[in-house]
Ligand binder design. Structure first.
Ligand SMILES: CSC[C@H]1O[C@@H](n2cnc3c(O)ncnc32)[C@H](O)[C@@H]1O
Ligand SMILES: [Zn+2]
Length: 432
C-alpha cells in the first residue's frame, strides 16, 4: 500500500473550522486514510504543507473547459448576441483536435488553481474525456444537444447522441468520469424531443444538466409559448429531480425556488459569467435559505475569462450581497461550502471535504504571503484575499497533480503553445 502524508500544515475541516493536522492519503484507494495530530502519522511520500492550509479540492459545477480557445475572443456583449454573432460561428469550425488542445489548457489552469472536479458541457466529448483521464481530475461530462436551426433528423440525432455519449463514457478513467444527459437549454431544444428523451434519460438513470433561467430574454418566450414559468415547464417535462442541476438559475421567482427545493434539483451558480454577460444576479442566498443544493461554476473561459474558483468565490460573495442587498448574505463560509461540498453533492462525488473515507481530492494553499497576512480568519482569506496562484500542491484521487506549482500530468509549456496555435488557426478559419 502506498501512502502520502500531507504534513506540517493546517487543515480546513468539514465544519469549516481550521486545525493543525496532518492528512494521510491512501494512494491505492484514492481516499483520505486519516486526519491526525501533527507528527502522529507517517507515509511513504510526503507533501510539505507547512505555512499552508489544506483545503478540499474545489469543484467547478458548470464549465465548458475547451472554450479556453475563445478566451478574450468576444467580450462586452449580452448572451444572445455573444453566442449568435461570435461564439457559435467559431464553434462551428471546431475540430476534435482543437477541443483536445483547449481542454488540456483549461485543465492545466484548473490544476494550477486547486480545482479537482468539474462538470462540463460541450461536444467532441471523447477528446475532453481523454484530456481529463490524462489530467487525473474528476469530471462529469456530456454531449450538449442544441436542436434549434436543425432539421428533424439532425435534431433527433443530436439529442440521441447526448444519451449515447452519456452511457458510453460513464465510469471511464477508473470511475473518475461520470456523465449527464445535456439538453443545452429549455429554449434551444424542441419540446417534442424533450418530451421523448427526458423520460428516456430518467429511465436509464442518467443525471441531467442544462442551462436554465439564465437571462430574462429566455423567460418571456417560454411563458408566452407554454403559459408557465421555465422551471414549471421543466418540471412538467420531467427534467427536475435530485439528479438534475441547472446552470445559472438567475431569473427564478418564488414558486420556482420552491420547485427546486421540493424536487431536490440543484443549481450551479456562475456569478462571473452572469456579471460579464449582464444576465442578472441570481438570488443565491434565497436559494440556500430555501434548502436548494448550490454549487459554484466558472462557466466557460470566454464569458469569465478565467477558470479560477478562487476568483469565482470572491465574485459569489460580492454579487450575493448585492443581490440580497445585505452585507451578511453569502458570507465566506457559505461561499466555501458551495465551492466544495455543495458542488461535490451536485456532481455525485464523495469529495468536497477532508475526512477519513472521503476521496483524497485536496489542495494546499500557501499562506506565507503578504496578501494573506495576518491570518485572523482563513475561511475569509480563501474567499476574499487568496487567488489561484497561491495554490502550492493539488491532489486528486490520491495522486499528486501539482507539486510546488509543477504540473505533473502535462508539460505545461507544450499545452500552452499548442492551445495558442489551435486558437489562432480556429479563429482564422472562422473569419476568413
Ligand atoms: C454545445 S456545448 C455548450 C454550448 O453552450 C454555449 N455556452 C457557453 N456559455 C453559455 C452560457 O452562459 N449560456 C448558454 N450557452 C452557453 C457554448 O458556447 C456551447 O455552444
Ligand atoms: Zn454554460
Amino acid at each position: 500500500m502506498s501512502e502520502l502524508l500531507v504534513s506540517g500544515g493546517r487543515v480546513l475541516r468539514p465544519d469549516l473550522t481550521v486545525e493543525r493536522a496532518d492528512v494521510l492519503v491512501d494512494q491505492d484507494s484514492g481516499d483520505v486514510a486519516a486526519v491526525g495530530e501533527p507528527g502522529a502519522l507517517s507515509g511513504d511520500d510526503e507533501l510539505d504543507a507547512s505555512e499552508g492550509l489544506v483545503v478540499p479540492g474545489l469543484v467547478n459545477a458548470h464549465t465548458h473547459v475547451a472554450m479556453t480557445l475563445l478566451r478574450g475572443y468576444a467580450d462586452d456583449k449580452p448572451l444572445d448576441a455573444w453566442l449568435q454573432e461570435d461564439i457559435w460561428p467559431v464553434e462551428a469550425e471546431l475540430t476534435p483536435k482543437d477541443v483536445r488542445a483547449g481542454a488540456e489548457l483549461g485543465l492545466v489552469e484548473m490544476i494550477k488553481s486547486g480545482t479537482t472536479a468539474l462538470s462540463d458541457m460541450y461536444f467532441h466529448v471523447d477528446e475532453i474525456a481523454g484530456a481529463v483521464e490524462q489530467a487525473g481530475l474528476r469530471a462529469v461530462l456530456g454531449h450538449t444537444a442544441v436542436t434549434v436551426g436543425k432539421d428533424e433528423a439532425d435534431a433527433r440525432e443530436d439529442v440521441q447522441q447526448s444519451l449515447d455519449v452519456a452511457e458510453r463514457l460513464d465510469g471511464a478513467a477508473d470511475g473518475r468520469i461520470r456523465t449527464t444527459f445535456q439538453p443545452h437549454s429549455l429554449t434551444t431544444v424542441g419540446e417534442e424531443l424533450l418530451r421523448e428523451f427526458v423520460p428516456a434519460a430518467n429511465d436509464a438513470g442518467r443525471p441531467i444538466h442544462l442551462h436554465a433561467n439564465e437571462t430574462s430574454d429566455e423567460v418571456g418566450p417560454i411563458v408566452d409559448e407554454h403559459g408557465k414559468r421555465p422551471l414549471e415547464y421543466a418540471d412538467d417535462l420531467g427534467v427536475l429531480g435530485p439528479d438534475t442541476w441547472i446552470a445559472h438559475g438567475v431569473h427564478v421567482d418564488e414558486r420556482e425556488i420552491e420547485l427546486l427545493a421540493d424536487t431536490d434539483t440543484g443549481v450551479a451558480h456562475c456569478p462571473a459569467s452572469n456579471m460579464k454577460l449582464a444576465s442578472g444576479m441570481a438570488p443565491v442566498q434565497e436559494l440556500l435559505d430555501a434548502g436548494v443544493t448550490v454549487g459554484l461554476g466558472t462557466d466557460g473561459a470566454a464569458s469569465n475569462n478565467d477558470l479560477s474558483m478562487f476568483d469565482e468565490m470572491r465574485d459569489a460573495a460580492m454579487i450575493g450581497k448585492l443581490a440580497a442587498e445585505d452585507a451578511s448574505a453569502m458570507a465566506a463560509a457559505s461561499v466555501v461550502e458551495i465551492a466544495t461540498a455543495g458542488g461535490a453533492e451536485l456532481l455525485g462525488f464523495d469529495s468536497g471535504r477532508i475526512e477519513a473515507g472521503a476521496n483524497a481530492d485536496l489542495a494546499v494553499v500557501d499562506l506565507d504571503q503578504p496578501h494573506l497576512t495576518p491570518a485572523h480568519d482563513l475561511v475569509s482569506h480563501l474567499v476574499y484575499a487568496a487567488s489561484g496562484s497561491d495554490v502550492r500542491h493539488t491532489v486528486c484521487d490520491g495522486t499528486v497533480l501539482m507539486r510546488d506549482r509543477d504540473v505533473k500530468p502535462f508539460d505545461e509549456a507544450t499545452v500552452v503553445e499548442r492551445a495558442d496555435e489551435h486558437a489562432t488557426a480556429l479563429v482564422g478559419r472562422a473569419t476568413e
